[in-house]
Design a protein around this ligand. Sequence first.
Ligand code: XIL
Length: 434
Amino acid sequence: MRNLAKLLIWVAGISPLGFACAPSPAVGGGGAGAGGSGAAAGTLGGIASGGRAVGGAPAGGAGASTSGGEAGSPAGSGGVAAVAGTGNGGASAGSGNGGGGGASGGTGGATACAGATTLKDAGSCTNRLIGVALTNRHLDEPEFAAAALQFNYVTPEDEMKWDVTEPQQGTFTFAEGDAIVEFAEANGMKVKGHTLVWHNQLPSWLDALNEAQLRAALKAHIEGVMAHYAGRVIAWDVVNEAFDDDGSLRSSIWSQKLGQSFIEDAFRFARAADPNVKLYYNDYDIESAYAKADSVYEMVKDFKQRGVPIDGVGMQMHTRTTDEDPPVPELIVNLDRLLALGVEVVLSEMDVRYCADGTDEKQKKRFHDIVAACVARSGCGAITIWGITDRYSFLNDRTDLQCAGSLPPRPLLWNDDYQKKPSFDGVMDALLGR
Ligand code: XIL
């Protein structure tokens, strides 16, 4: 069944494997040349992975923007053909002058990709950033920092939230966030800022403001934080979790005092503050056939029609070992309809908590199947896991979100003792099209 689905996807011209992969040192060393495959088609492409594949050097940066995914698709198809042994597949599938490169790049890339041992290299095979949420609380633990090197994209878990960055009005404190950015830069990782506007982790001084003051504070916050991180982050979660489960606007200080317009105001302020980063709306439970997913879809559609600046949607993907929230077919519907609006989609905070009948194998399969749905779509440009070790998952403190009775949620890729779990292999397999 899965093979049939893959075949259909391939026939439809979307690579389920997408070995646009330029990263093979065998092909072109620095990757840029070989990168003709994905690179010629994509603006950013698999090029970045070339550097990494060669030396494991953090230099890989170039791939940078998650937008590479869009244009990478044709070359990805070429890669598939190459894997299948028809060397000229890349040429026909590739677009324009990228085509020729596609064939050779795809061939070499396939070899290198098959042998990828890190998640980031596996992700680079399809021009995708593989991210992780990091926190300064544990960066000084060698095992934590070592595991982080599996990834090439970082979201600060808490260090760029409003209560940290502007604890007093007009007084910005960036030391916490800077430490994450410095770690990322030292290790060749890109950074996504998280998050400019949310209803949680807010400083109390906001409560005293009236409508006009609150709107001004929103603008000043976005400007202050984005100016500080300009050039050092590639994207921002501009607005986080603005909708309620029933699809209505969530009641928060923002909606109560400013109405729904706070969302588009935030995006406009953000675009004016930094025209060079991607701007995302981020939320949970928008992966399934829920009213909330419809509300976000309608909002993005409206934004695109009216020219409100938005580049992407983050599906948080805090999910479970049971095949629900989201069932994969519902995820695919939501992914595809958002992509059809011309925005990027990223899986922004993935974890898979054990439910009562959860097993390692079920968790592995869930990670696999969900990641595979993203990998099959060039516009799904990044996959971020919300933490490294089960020991520090934020879900350990969220009894309301747990579903395995008294057992801990264990939702991540490394166990409490930093041993890789089967879930790690599930992600790796999906990234490599296995
Ligand atoms: C969580 C952090 O992981 C915790 O450390 C913190 O105590 C609470 O917030 N959705 C989001 C993230 O967008 O910012 C949340 O992060 C997890 C849920």
